[in-house]
Design a protein around this ligand. Structure first.
Ligand code: S3P
Length: 191
């Protein structure tokens, strides 16, 4: 009999929380493909910074919600580790869809560490990481949304992506694989 594939994992969290790096490391460990919805948007529509610049944030949010909902739906047939952009949780339909997923991991880190990572990440171009006060206030406004959808919360402060992925593998083995509307208590301290 073919070995059963592990269930899908969705990773949410603020900019520079490590969603892609942890997601990739976790996917390797679980033997699942990895997909980042920001990369899907960049490959199928346009680079994110360009969408913001030419069409504005609202247009980006529409494309983002459409992309995320499509990829969440696709997980039913083909489990993956899916990392979402930091603002994907702003859309009500996205949060509703996330609440039907059993394994939604919220990666947290202190605001100062997120700002440092976001502004020193080579190659990353984040239109919403240009002013530290605005960045911090955006983080505060988003935290309740991540909390609303997360089934597992992992503090990444001072930890390398590999280390976070290793801990996550252990936490995930204790979390139901069944998609459900019910949340599960955080495995590690919330932010
Ligand atoms: C955004 C986060 C970015 C990207 C866009 C907007 C946000 O993704 O989707 O710049 O609103 O938080 P990352 O969280 O991967 O940086």
């Amino acid at each position: 009999m073919a070995p059963q594939r592990p269930p899908a994992v969705v990773i949410v969290g603020f900019m520079a929380a490590g969603k892609s790096a942890v997601g990739r490391a976790l996917a390797d460990r679980l033997g699942l493909p990895f997909l980042d919805t920001d990369e899907v948007i960049a490959a199928t529509v346009a680079p994110i910074a360009r969408i913001f610049e030419e069409h504005g944030e609202e247009a980006f949010r529409e494309v983002e919600a459409e992309t995320v909902l499509r990829e969440l739906e696709a997980l039913r047939a083909a489990p993956q580790v899916l990392a979402l952009g930091g603002g994907a949780v702003l859309a009500d339909e996205v949060r509703a869809a996330l609440k039907r997923q059993a394994r939604v991991v919220w990666l947290t880190a202190p605001a100062g560490e997120l700002w440092r990572r976001a502004t020193t990440d080579p190659g990353a171009s984040r239109p919403l990481a240009r002013d530290e006060a605005a960045f911090r206030s955006l983080l505060a406004s988003r935290e309740p949304l991540y909390r609303e959808v997360a089934t597992i919360t992992v503090d990444t402060r001072g930890r390398a992506p590999e280390e976070v992925a290793e801990g996550l593998c252990a936490s995930l083995s204790g979390v139901s694989a069944e998609a459900t509307d019910a949340g599960v208590e955080p495995a590690e301290g919330a932010a």
